[in-house]
Design a protein around this ligand. Structure first.
Ligand SMILES: N[C@@H](CCC(=O)N[C@@H](CS)C(=O)NCC(=O)O)C(=O)O
Length: 230
């Protein structure tokens, strides 16, 4: 089977999620580092949203697919990987619900809390992207940081419960998305609750190099950014 191409940006946790998944699932892929290319005419022709991760491969109706969770769900479906994304509708719905909650509620807070420290641009309309004084931006960043605890606890209570992972005994694509998201919190030395620190350790131990290798790119970027500030 021809290898699919995954266009990626190494410091990004949105990208890390898919990079971990394709390794954990042992899929046949090649990675293209899209650094500096996402706004090029060639890339925009394939993907007008200029977003990575972007999957390119045979069988995709428009030739390309973006959004990390959609890519993982598609690849799990296409390769019958029920271990990562259960086929039974109600169990699958829980994974979908967790992923949408992570992407729609948790990640925007993590982005507002960490992007200023990471040197990433914030989204239009957010305080951090305005010309307001720094004190307002600091206040917004603090509010976002404080708000992270609530969705995190909801995820623990509702999706993880008594099991080690959202997927139950083994990590699902929602777990991969959650763990990758939490990696960025190291940029602000966020103190995770004890259960979440244990969860992160369990994820890395369950997935091994499939997790550690892409995580090293994110961690390396965070270490670089922190070193610049010293
Ligand atoms: N919700 C998307 C977010 C993707 C995203 O924001 N990608 C950023 C990197 S973190 C990107 O590719 N930016 C390049 C650009 O916009 O030109 C996902 O989970 O895949």
């Amino acid at each position: 089977m021809t290898a699919m191409t995954l266009h990626i940006l190494k410091p990004s946790v949105n990208n890390m999620a898919v990079r971990v998944f394709v390794r954990a699932a042992k899929l046949n892929f090649v990675e293209d580092d899209a650094w500096g290319k996402t706004r090029s005419p060639e890339f925009l022709k394939k993907n007008p949203a200029h977003m990575t991760p972007m999957l390119e491969g045979a069988g995709l109706p428009r030739g390309a697919l973006w959004e990390s969770c959609a890519i993982m769900a598609y690849l799990a479906n296409a390769n019958n990987l029920a271990k990562f994304y259960p086929a039974e509708p109600a169990r699958r719905a829980m994974i979908d619900s967790a992923m949408f909650y992570i992407i729609g509620t948790l990640y925007p807070l993590v982005a507002r809390a960490t992007y200023p420290a990471l040197g990433f641009p914030q989204y239009p309309g957010e305080v951090g992207a305005t010309s307001l004084e720094q004190s307002h931006k600091d206040e917004a960043q603090k509010a976002a940081t404080e708000a992270i605890a609530e969705p995190l606890e909801a995820i623990r209570q509702f999706f993880i419960g008594a099991h080690p992972f959202i997927g139950g005994a083994s990590p699902s694509i929602a777990d991969i998305r959650l763990a990758a998201t939490l990696e960025f919190l190291n940029a602000i030395d966020y103190k995770l609750p004890a259960w979440a620190s244990q969860y992160m350790a369990d994820m890395e131990s369950a997935l091994g190099a499939a997790y550690s290798e892409p995580a090293a790119d994110v961690r390396g970027y965070i270490a670089y950014v922190k070193a610049q500030k010293k």
